[in-house]
Design a protein around this ligand. Structure first.
Ligand SMILES: [Zn+2]
Length: 96
């Protein structure tokens, strides 16, 4: 016979009952006569083992940052301003 676990959300009372599968679940809290909830227990096979779900997830935030960095293309190398200064007039020194 499975053990059913009940919990009363009204007063917080928890209790267990041996019941056959065919029996109706207990719906009334023995303490406050409120409505109880049956919890899953005993061989139901719901196991919450350690989870590794987020391992790949939290890494992505830093990855995103990197991707957002925009490569600013430096302006095409424009030719240097016209070269000048080669044809300088050399003034003859005025003799005084
Ligand atoms: Zn109760």
């Amino acid at each position: 016979m499975p053990t059913y676990q009940y919990r009363c959300p009204t007063c917080g009372h928890e209790f267990e009952e041996f019941q056959s599968m065919t029996e109706d679940p207990i719906e009334v809290c023995p303490q406050c006569q409120g409505k109880t909830k049956r919890l899953i227990s005993g061989g139901a096979g719901v196991l919450f083992k350690g989870s590794g779900f987020y391992q790949t997830d939290y890494r992505s935030s830093s990855y995103k940052k990197d991707a957002q960095k925009e490569k600013s293309d430096s302006a095409a190398s424009s030719a240097a301003s016209s070269s000048s200064g080669s044809a300088a007039k050399s003034d003859a020194p005025k003799g005084k």
